[in-house]
Design a protein around this ligand. Structure first.
Ligand SMILES: Cc1cc2nc3c(=O)[nH]c(=O)nc-3n(C[C@H](O)[C@H](O)[C@H](O)COP(=O)(O)OP(=O)(O)OC[C@H]3O[C@@H](n4cnc5c(N)ncnc54)[C@H](O)[C@@H]3O)c2cc1C
Length: 528
């Protein structure tokens, strides 16, 4: 009998599947949850994924409005070999399932003084860009790249791909953290290498893509500059949702199942082990192993509210530093395919304040009048996301999350904020936009809270500060609750597609095999 069922008459579904394979439940079909499900399937588990949305992918899913596909979240795929290795470990070929296109240039940053910086994969082209903006910073840029490569080798390839749940794992890496001055922020590191404020911004903004404040996030994250340059910036045709759909197909072909529109209310225990879940509709599912891809904060404070929690009590979850919120405006434009010729797939419209705006967002939690924007225009690479001749865009602005005493009330602030965003876009990037607007949708931190059950409406879960990284971050295995594993942005190593795919790789190393390794040939389709 499960210990926390509401009703004594609730009959849990049998743990072991009809084919005799042990059953694993994965809560959440984000890219992290789907990666974990694939790895568990390859290990011989019969996997059921439960997700509250209508389609797979979590933040990486898409919605359609009047022929426009809005990729809701991730747009930049870096370190694609992580996906290729995941597929290979399941006996599959990623490139047969997903059409990934390398972009070059990667993105363009436009500054308020009218200057710009174009990032690309060529070291020579990047050096030329640095020299054009600030010739005196060339030697510093070269050093920055070398710093970045060293941090990639240690922080990503080593630390990011193995479990950090034992304290001794942390102790072993502390000297290297010290040598690499991990206590210094990304911005501080960039500022030591280059003098030009525009270059400091261009070399330090990347943590914003994983929810971190460049003024405070550990300088280990300068590794992103190296991984972009070395492995490129890619786009999945069909958006990241196409990767999620391909993952879902693999899971089904492994004999697994994905149940959408299903919200899990509690993780159930038996004799001190995670033994199943109860869904909001009262359904109880039993399992030999449970993986939560729900936000780590939501998992600890809600799904495990009746379970022993040694490290992450509800109070500690509330006191953690959470990543910023996001205001995202998705829109289509009519008859614009031949307009705005210098606006490529990825553009950053940098506002006049960098450090001041970051402080407003992360420290003062004040909704500023000014903004810095990331503009996504996938229709230049993937015309399938818009009707003929039209464009699809999303524009993202980092804003305060819903924590603190006086959170922004987006029911009243969303419309004026969108109007300010429109003004900035018309002035800086897309003249005449208001006359060309088609269907649109706005996501605020309140949407993130309600749609993804993201604590404080945070865009990227717990902020990746040094004391919230590696061993300090929620672990991928729960020592206090055998049979329960965590995966995704709020766990080690952290947010972003590479982070959450790596978290499933770590989980795969921790979970015991259920039966001899699955054969390399494709699995038979699910019998269910
Ligand atoms: C706007 C935006 C832009 C981004 N851009 C990039 C980018 O360009 N490149 C990049 O690498 N990363 C990017 N990221 C970050 C990246 O998208 C995320 O870190 C990553 O997708 C998170 O994956 P996940 O599996 O941890 O969680 P999620 O995608 O959040 O998935 C978790 C799933 O669990 C579901 N769930 C939660 N609780 C329950 C429950 N109780 N019961 C059932 N289901 C539940 C949620 O609804 C969701 O579907 C971006 C993120 C956003 C929001």
């Amino acid at each position: 009998m499960l210990t926390h069922t509401d009703s004594a008459s609730a009959r849990p579904a049998a743990a072991t599947g009809p084919d005799g394979r042990p059953r694993a439940l994965v809560i959440g079909a984000g890219i992290g949850g789907l990666s974990a499900a694939m790895r568990l399937g390859a290990k011989g588990y019969r996997v059921t994924v439960l997700d509250r949305l209508e389609s797979a992918g979590g933040r990486g899913s898409a919605i359609w409005r009047d022929g426009h596909r809005f990729d809701l979240g991730p747009t930049i795929v870096t370190v694609p070999q992580l996906f290729r290795e995941l597929w290979a470990d399941c006996g599959r070929d990623f490139d047969a399932d997903v059409d990934l296109r390398a972009l070059d240039p990667f993105y363009r940053i436009t500054f308020p003084d009218g200057s710009h910086f174009t990032a690309s994969g060529s070291t020579e082209a990047m050096r030329a860009e640095v020299a054009r903006l600030s010739p005196g910073d060339l030697a510093g840029y070269d050093r920055f790249l070398r710093d970045s490569e060293r941090r990639y080798a240690f922080g990503f390839e080593d630390l990011g791909r193995r479990s950090m749940h034992r304290f001794r794992d942390l102790v072993k890496v502390l000297p290297t953290f010290g040598l690499m001055r991990a206590d210094r922020s990304v911005y501080a590191h960039a500022a030591r290498r280059v003098r030009d404020e525009r270059l400091r911004m261009a070399l330090s903004f990347h943590p914003l893509f994983i929810g971190g404040d460049p003024l405070h996030v550990t300088s280990m994250y300068i590794l992103v500059s190296y991984l972009e340059k070395e492995f490129g910036v890619h786009y999945a045709m069909g958006g990241v949702a196409a990767i999620a759909e391909a993952m879902a197909r693999v899971i089904r072909e492994q004999g697994g199942e994905i149940r959408q529109s299903t919200t899990v209310d509690e993780i159930l225990l038996r004799e001190g082990r995670a033994a199943g879940v109860r869904c909001e509709d009262g359904t109880v599912l039993e399992a030999d192993l449970v993986v939560s891809n729900a936000d780590a904060g939501h998992t600890y404070s809600h799904l495990l509210r009746n379970a022993p929690r040694r490290r992450w009590s509800a109070t500690r979850v509330a006191r953690a530093r959470w990543s910023m919120g996001l205001f995202v405006w998705y829109f289509g434009t009519r008859g614009t395919r031949n307009e705005w010729a210098d606006v490529g797939h990825h553009t950053i419209v940098s506002g006049s304040r960098y450090a001041g705006l970051l402080r407003d967002i992360f420290i003062r939690r004040h909704l500023a009048e000014d903004m810095s924007l990331y503009v996504h225009r996938p229709s230049v690479t993937d015309p399938s996301c818009a009707p003929d001749g039209d464009d699809t865009f999303y524009v993202l602005s980092p804003v305060p999350n819903l924590g603190g005493d006086n959170p922004v009330d987006w029911r009243t602030e969303a419309a004026p904020y969108r109007a300010r965003m429109l003004r900035v876009l018309e002035e800086r990037l897309l003249p005449g936009l208001s006359e060309r607007l088609g269907p649109e949708e706005v996501f605020t931190p309140e949407t993130f809270r309600d749609r993804y059950l993201s604590p404080f409406g945070a865009g990227f879960s717990i902020e990746p500060r040094i004391l919230q990284s590696a061993w300090f971050r929620p672990h991928n295995v729960l020592e206090e609750l055998p049979g329960l594993y965590l995966v995704g942005a709020g766990t080690h190593p952290g947010a972003g597609l590479p982070g959450v795919v790596a978290s499933a790789e770590v989980l795969g190393k921790l979970v015991p095999a259920a039966m001899p390794a699955a054969p390399a040939a494709p699995f038979q389709a699910a019998a269910e």
